[in-house]
Design a protein around this ligand. Structure first.
Ligand SMILES: [Zn+2]
Length: 176
């Protein structure tokens, strides 16, 4: 993901392109938007590629995809929410990073570092807070067992509603 980002603009969408050692073309709807994986040396003008993209966009139809959703919460605000929730729960993450992730809304490590998907800037605020609360509770309970659920119930009684809403949110990611 370090090389200069190639972009295809088509059908009102901005599609990020990643080159990989692969033969086929794949397009994925991720929490951070549409992403196209193509063979290393394929030209963006390749006819097969253009037909693939047109077809894939037709399948997506009029659905809103994440990159077109308005920003609701800035990354600074996300970080401020982490501080607020960390105090509430009584934990102290060692590191907080906000970055693009294709599959996950958030994750945390056993060393106490929390990662949040930049896509959380574009979901309703309470869903972003749910992810923050979820990851911070993992600093106490690393699994999703009884202890985890008890803490979630204590700090965010309606967390199951948010969990469901998030899983239905456009291109759903998962949570660690
Ligand atoms: Zn989790």
């Amino acid at each position: 993901m370090s090389q200069t980002q190639e972009i295809i603009n088509a059908g009102g969408h901005t599609i990020r392109v990643y080159r990989q050692r692969r033969r086929s073309i794949v397009m994925k709807t991720t929490p951070v938007g549409l992403v196209l994986f193509i063979p290393t040396r394929m030209s963006l003008r390749n006819e097969q590629l253009q037909a693939f993209v047109a077809d894939a966009l037709e399948q997506i139809g009029g659905r809103v995809v994440p990159e077109n959703a308005p920003e609701i919460t800035s990354t600074d605000e996300l970080r401020a929410l982490v501080k607020t929730w960390a105090q509430r729960i009584g934990v102290q993450p060692t590191r907080v990073s906000v970055r693009e992730m294709f599959r996950k809304w958030g994750s945390c490590s056993r060393k106490g570092s929390v990662s949040l998907n930049t896509a959380l800037c574009r979901v309703p605020r309470e869903l972003a807070e749910y992810v923050i609360c979820h990851e911070l509770v993992h600093l106490i309970e690393f699994n999703h067992g009884k202890g985890f659920k008890a803490l979630m119930n204590e700090h965010m009684p309606d967390w199951r509603v948010h969990e469901q809403a998030l899983s239905e949110w456009m291109a759903g990611g998962t949570l660690d």
